[in-house]
Write a protein of this length. Structure first.
Length: 527
């Protein structure tokens, strides 16, 4: 499962961070949408923007320079100011008929003097505008004399601590503010901000107090950060699980890998990793050449044998055998560093390289006219022996199908064109022979200090240039088995093609099938 997930995200990008970023974005967007808007089809959210006294007393004494607040001719000495924000945070426009009970706000310990509506469109402001009560008529003086006391004002006529809003329409994401003037209720609680509660009921929804906008943003940011951390962690864990080397171990104890000398260094790493997972299994590696590997497989059809073959595009598969394409080997034209003439920055053989036509002349005719003077002398062309998959790839993809003429074995005094039996022999000969030039897999050069890569048509053998179709010298690596092979052979093939082994072989001149899916050269992609 982890390998499938990692493969999917690997197709979108080239690593675990894209996977974590995509999962993070999806999860964070979903959570933020749910937190902010989708907690009920119909939903009214309200929050306190401001809640404090108008004139703050010190030790219950009014400080100098106090504001004088008057309402209808009466001074409000112990006043408070509250600002509430009310908004439609649901996913549906609110209509008056959606209210079961109207929206109310209660200010415990305070009396409502008056309120105003702010930041609302004109129709909504008209709907919510409070009715200002007329000033109370003065008491008649007749019948009032010394020692006569006024009757107390009935409780029902006192200003209440609650605002009841008429039912109103409110579009999605629309908001308005209530500016409320309060005064002390006479119970001595003026020093404390009033506790505010809401009332009312919506059909299929709810009315809820939320934090202020800044606090909501902080809460959302914290949630998104946590989701991001968990998502990236999950992506890293899934990626690491997919890269874990895990082999199925067969009861059969011996497997033979034979064939391509170019692929054999990579096969050796896979062999070592498999034997570490299955210590009772012995994987024998025989680097004999692609053609010899096929011959050995055909000669031992009952044995657990895999033939490694470098195959050019369009080559017909071997009949009577099962072909398993595992990726592409990138080859390079290589030369002894003494071959190049130093012509300055950007002018040498290592910068300009050689064209395919020039390479065809060198390897089929023993030299060419060097008009640019980039070579110090006539090169010694080193080729692989007949039956080599590397040689077949070079002649098919670089020299245009023109084969190399029969060449003698390379010796210390060889000139023109000579041949060697394996990739390591070729690199060793080029490394110790001045003016020698040949071809081998691109990843083997660090072991030979006197050998350098020669670009083809000005293009070096990089992963990007191969996938873009600009670099021609590569071959598909095909592993052949007997028809219907199972057991140890199948287990080893599955291990070799796993994501963990692909990562193990990364950067070694080998591009596994997973990296070839987006190649611009369709012939390069695995079947």
């Amino acid at each position: 499962m982890f390998e499938t997930i990692a493969d999917f995200f690997g197709g979108l990008s080239d690593g675990q961070m894209w996977a974590g970023a995509l999962v993070c974005a999806l999860c964070a967007s979903t959570v933020a949408f749910w937190l902010d808007r989708y907690q009920g089809v119909r939903r009214i959210s309200w929050s306190e923007v401001y809640n404090g006294p108008i004139n703050k007393h010190i030790n219950h004494q009014p400080p100098p320079g106090m504001w004088e607040i008057h309402w209808q001719g009466r001074q409000i000495s112990e006043g408070s100011l509250v600002m509430l924000e009310v908004r439609n945070s649901g996913v549906q426009t609110l209509e008056p008929e959606h209210f079961v009970n109207p929206l109310t706000f209660t200010f415990t310990g305070k009396k409502v003097v008056h309120f105003k509506v702010r930041d609302a469109n004109e129709p909504l402001e008209v709907t919510l505008r409070p009715q200002v009560p007329a000033p109370a008529a003065p008491e008649p003086a007749d019948g009032i004399g010394p020692g006569v006391r006024l009757a107390p004002v009935p409780a029902a006529s006192r200003q209440a601590d609650t605002i009841t809003l008429p039912v109103f329409p409110l579009n999605r994401r629309e908001r308005f503010r209530l500016l409320v003037l309060l005064e002390d209720d006479g119970a001595g609680s003026s020093a404390k901000p009033p506790k505010i509660t809401s009332g009312g009921k919506l059909k299929g929804g709810r009315i809820k107090k939320t934090a202020g906008r800044a606090r909501r943003r902080w809460a959302t940011a914290i949630v998104v950060t946590l989701v991001a951390a968990l998502s990236v962690g999950a992506g890293v864990y899934a990626n690491n699980e997919s890269l874990r080397l895990d082999a199925n171990c067969s009861q059969v104890r011996r497997l033979t890998l034979t064939g391509s000398t170019a692929f054999s260094p990579l096969a050796h790493e896979v062999k070592e990793a498999y034997e570490e997972q299955c210590p009772d299994t012995d994987v024998v590696l025989e680097a004999t050449g692609s053609q010899e590997g096929l011959e050995e497989l055909r000669a031992n059809p009952a044995a657990e044998t895999i033939a490694m073959v470098d195959t050019v595009a369009g080559q017909e598969p071997e009949k009577g055998l099962d072909a398993h394409t595992v990726g592409v080997i990138v080859f390079a034209v290589v030369a002894n560093q003494s071959l190049a003439q130093d012509l300055g920055p950007g002018q040498s053989l290592w910068d300009l390289g050689l064209s395919q036509n020039q390479l065809r002349q060198i390897f089929t005719e023993g030299g060419f006219r060097d008009d640019d003077g980039r070579m110090a002398t006539t090169p010694v062309a080193v080729v692989r022996a007949d039956g080599s998959g590397t040689r077949n790839a070079f002649e098919e993809r670089v020299t245009g199908g023109q084969g190399t003429p029969p060449a003698p074995r390379c010796t210390a005094g060889s000139t023109g064109v000579c041949s060697v039996g394996s990739t390591m022999e070729l690199l060793d000969y080029v490394n110790r022979t001045k003016n020698a030039i040949g071809y081998a897999e691109a990843n083997a050069l660090p072991f030979f200090p006197n050998v350098r890569t020669v670009p083809i048509n000005g293009t070096p053998p990089t992963k990007e240039s191969v996938l873009d179709g600009d670099y021609p010298f590569w071959a598909s690596e095909v592993l052949y088995t007997r028809e219907g092979a199972s057991g140890l052979t199948r287990d080893f093939l599955d291990f070799l093609r796993s994501r963990g082994v692909s990562k193990l072989l990364e950067g070694q001149g080998f591009l596994p099938c997973r990296e070839l899916r987006d190649s611009k050269d369709e012939e390069m992609r695995c079947a």
